[in-house]
Design a protein around this ligand. Structure first.
Ligand code: DX5
Ligand code: ZN
Length: 236
């Protein structure tokens, strides 16, 4: 498995910020293919996989079988957010399954330098996520090696939670750290984000917006359109 990973080409992000990253945790798995087609029909080629192991976070979600099914569509950018213990054991498995970006948690890794290098060796972009209680300065030593920093805006483990208000300040701090370091990693936020509150995280400096329940509700096209309108208003 490791060999063919060596030849795996690192794919770049599907577009420029602000990017919408729909979390399929909120999708209807009886209609996953149709719902992903609806994302693409509305200009979104990015899917965020919230992988949960029931140990690092209380829930169990899904793993490589779902990811590799979705990988059959080459036009998608697959972002695997590993909310799991011992992520080092699963990096090559998710890379081989078809992830384009693998994000691990600072609180779960035993050797972040090695894990981030391993993600790149497996032909994926590397992301680092911090829970709401983890100091934002914990990302500093790794910032030169990262393609993305994920600031959790809820306690990881469940979709549909309320945005933690204090996250604004944390996003601002991470954005300041990134800009002062002169590096190009993107800033992603995840949890409790809707078209109605996305402006606050954009203003704080977020660039990649994970949204589950706010996208995979009744009207996917309409939900995406609301985010696009908010993005356009922010950019104008
Ligand atoms: C946290 C998960 C959720 C999910 C998004 O464990 O990572 O944040 O992606 O959930 P919503 O957008 O439904 O709040
Ligand atoms: Zn996530």
């Amino acid at each position: 498995m490791e060999n063919n990973l060596k030849s795996k080409k690192i794919k770049s992000f599907p577009g420029i910020a602000p990017l919408l990253a729909p979390s399929i945790l909120a999708a209807d798995f009886m209609k996953l293919g149709t719902q992903i087609e609806a994302l693409k029909d509305n200009g979104v080629h990015y899917v965020h996989f919230d992988v949960m192991d029931g140990h690092f976070v209380p829930s169990i979600s899904f793993g490589v079988p779902v990811l590799s099914s979705v990988r059959k569509d080459p036009d998608l950018f697959i972002d695997a957010h590993l909310m799991i213990e011992n992520p080092d054991k699963y990096i090559s498995v998710f890379a081989d399954g078809g992830a384009d970006l693998i994000t691990i948690h600072a609180e779960a890794s035993n050797d972040l330098f090695s894990d981030i290098a391993h993600i790149h060796e497996c032909g994926c972009l590397a992301g680092l996520s911090i829970k709401p209680g983890t100091p934002v300065t914990d990302v500093l030593p790794y910032i030169d090696d990262l393609d993305l920093i994920l600031v959790m805006t809820v306690e990881p483990g469940f979709g549909g939670q309320a945005y933690i208000e204090e996250s604004d300040q944390r996003i601002r701090e991470i954005r300041k750290i990134r800009d002062e370091a002169g590096v190009s990693c993107l800033i992603q936020v995840d949890g409790g984000i809707k078209a109605e509150n996305v402006d606050r995280v954009l203003k704080a400096g977020a660039e990649v917006i994970v949204a589950g329940t706010a996208v995979f509700g009744e009207d996917i096209a309409g939900n995406i359109n609301k985010f696009n309108e908010a993005f356009k208003k922010f950019c104008d």
